[in-house]
Design a protein around this ligand. Structure first.
Ligand SMILES: CC(C)(COP(=O)(O)OP(=O)(O)OC[C@H]1O[C@@H](n2cnc3c(N)ncnc32)[C@H](O)[C@@H]1OP(=O)(O)O)[C@@H](O)C(=O)NCCC(=O)NCCS
Length: 181
């Protein structure tokens, strides 16, 4: 499926943040963020990323646009403060298979300033044609609060080897999917 990622020449901004594709020069700043075990506790396998993984992530995202990864930057200074991904779930054969799932992380020192919510609301605003889910471990209070506050509702729980994960679905625009209000 083609995405708005291909229209990346248009500046993508919200009040305090800008969003763009990753570039090679982001690797050191991204590595500082993803090497923090607390930040990464609930992201993918729950472990901090070694430099090789960070490099592979940036390279992959520079080459592919089917799944969508956004570098989240502060508008003042273009400082990288996090990333969000909107990807088609292909991990295990459960009810999320083939659905769009959002993942986000914000640098430890920039958390709690409203950036996560601003970024998620922006992503929702530019992907109005998609049904969007988030998968959140029950102990991840910050993420649950963020997604609930952005308009997501819990629709179920998946049970993985590493433990349960609650599935949230963006429900605030029920009835207006496909742009039909
Ligand atoms: C989850 C995360 C993205 C939230 O980003 P953030 O910028 O810190 O969140 P915000 O400041 O935008 O807060 C959004 C809402 O969630 C609430 N919130 C955020 N963190 C919270 C916490 N730890 N405990 C309780 N509430 C929290 C805020 O109060 C705010 O509520 P409001 O909209 O009612 O005012 C960030 O904490 C993070 O990167 N965590 C580590 C990675 C992670 O867990 N990612 C999610 C994987 S699905």
């Amino acid at each position: 499926m083609k995405s708005s990622y291909s229209q990346y020449t248009v500046p993508m901004t919200s009040e305090r943040l800008s969003y763009r594709r990753f570039k090679q020069e982001d690797i050191p700043a991204l590595q500082r963020i993803v090497s923090n075990p607390i930040t990464m506790r609930y992201v993918s396998n729950g472990k901090p990323w070694p430099p090789k993984r960070t490099e592979a992530f940036v390279k992959w995202n520079m080459e592919h646009s089917d799944d969508i990864a956004y570098a989240i930057c502060r508008r003042d200074g273009d400082e990288l403060i996090g990333a969000m991904m909107l990807a088609i779930y292909d991990y295990e054969p459960n009810f999320l298979l083939g659905k769009w799932v959002i993942t986000i992380f914000i640098s430890m020192r920039e958390q709690g300033k409203g950036y996560g919510k601003e970024a998620v609301l922006y992503l929702l605003s530019i992907h109005r044609d998609k049904e969007i889910f988030a998968s959140i471990e029950p102990s991840n209070t910050g993420s649950r609060r963020l997604f609930e506050s952005a308009g997501f509702e819990k629709v179920g729980t998946l049970h993985y080897k590493k433990g349960p994960s609650d599935v949230f679905r963006y429900a605030a625009r029920d009835g207006i999917i496909d742009g039909h209000r």
